[in-house]
Design a protein around this ligand. Structure first.
Ligand code: COI
Length: 357
């Protein structure tokens, strides 16, 4: 299938941001987007890049009623020499296909998906910011478009990709965040869709996040739904703890999103001969390690947040400060390593970088 490209007249293009330090996350979108339709009869069809515009949807579209919607998050980076890179894009494509299967949606064709990513990013390459830590965020999304109110898988879908320049995800930037440990609310349970990038997972997280924010915390540390004992994720990211000489992250049991940055952290840390364990660790064990001075660092990992240090967590009416509220040395080393690989400033022994220009 060919991608039909229609470009916007230069005089109608949006102004590009001048001050990269003000980018924040997800506030700007570029001039074009990619769309592709699916119907039972025609399969995937009408792949196009066109000027950015509002979507026209029937108010009965199923995505609006039953949340049959999935998405991905990835980034394009500008290297110092002007090269443009994607980071492990085939992993996002695979994960979107996994999410699609679980949500009874058609799997987007991998080849057209990759071609669309490359074509759109290249068309919008002047939007890619220059500073390290900034990038062009890419948001592939799929929604159910059949106009029907019976609860069943839709028979038609729209897949689209929007992109926009971003800086740090958290207002704190790379400063340690304050985390609220939630025992009242959970993000996902076993057998559910926690391992998918389903839009509904994020809607379900808002209430606890709002409570945490009202109390002055940046994000929520989510515990397992069954026992409310074991940390699973933090905010919209995976979580890591450095305890003694071990780097520990919860295992992918089904309620946790298999983060691509999570996997990159694990592979990099193992290549440094660190002892990385994917195991469930309870809040009790974490508190005990903290008391004994063994909890050295904690950090979140995600495409948007990259590697983000956790400076303290609030659990059962107590504040627990980690590493005196400072960025840990391993957290910083991993952050720098990932960034340098992503921006083409370092060898890429893992073959993760995809140079597209
Ligand atoms: C990402 O890290 O790309 C995410 O998808 C998190 C997002 C919900 C902001």
């Amino acid at each position: 299938m060919d991608i039909k490209v229609t470009t916007i007249a230069p005089e109608n293009m949006k102004p590009k941001p001048h001050d990269e330090s003000m980018l924040g996350f997800g506030k700007l979108v570029t001039d074009h987007f990619f769309t592709m339709k699916f119907s039972g009869e025609r399969g995937w069809h009408d792949a196009a890049i066109e000027p950015y515009r509002p979507l026209e949807l029937d108010p009965a579209s199923m995505c609006l009623h039953y949340g049959q919607e999935i998405f991905e998050g990835m980034k394009a980076y500008r290297g110092k020499d002007g090269s443009i890179y994607l980071f492990r894009p085939e992993e996002n494509i695979k994960r979107m296909r996994v999410s699609a299967e679980r949500l009874c949606m058609p799997e987007p064709d991998s080849e057209i998906f990759m071609e669309a990513l490359k074509k759109l990013v290249l068309l919008e390459k002047d939007w890619i910011p220059y500073g390290i830590g900034t990038s062009l965020y890419i948001r592939p999304t799929m929604i159910a478009t059949e106009a029907a109110l019976g609860v069943h898988p839709s028979d038609s879908y729209l897949f689209f990709i929007i992109v926009g320049p971003v800086g740090a995800y958290y207002p704190e930037g790379f400063s340690p965040t304050k985390i609220y440990v939630s025992e009242d609310y959970v993000r996902a349970s076993l057998g559910g869709v926690g391992y998918c990038k389903a839009a509904g997972n994020y809607a379900a997280s808002l209430y606890a996040s709002k409570k945490a924010s009202e109390m002055g915390y940046t994000q929520v540390l989510w515990l397992d739904a069954a026992e409310k004992k074991y940390p699973e994720e933090v905010g919209t990211s995976n979580i890591f703890f450095v305890i003694g000489d071990e780097l520990i992250t919860p295992p992918l049991t089904g309620s946790i999103l298999p983060g691509i940055t999570r996997d990159s952290v694990i592979q990099i840390a193992r290549s440094w001969n660190l002892n990385v364990l994917q195991k469930s660790i309870s809040m009790d064990e974490i508190l005990k390690a903290h008391k004994e001075g063994l909890l050295k660092e904690a950090f979140a990992s995600g495409t948007a947040a990259i590697v983000s240090p956790v400076g303290q967590f609030y659990f059962r009416d107590d504040e627990h400060i980690i590493n005196e509220g400072k960025v840990g040395s391993l957290t910083e080393r991993l952050y720098n390593e990932i960034l340098q690989i992503q921006y083409g400033e370092k060898e890429d022994p893992f073959g993760w970088r995809v140079k597209i220009a």
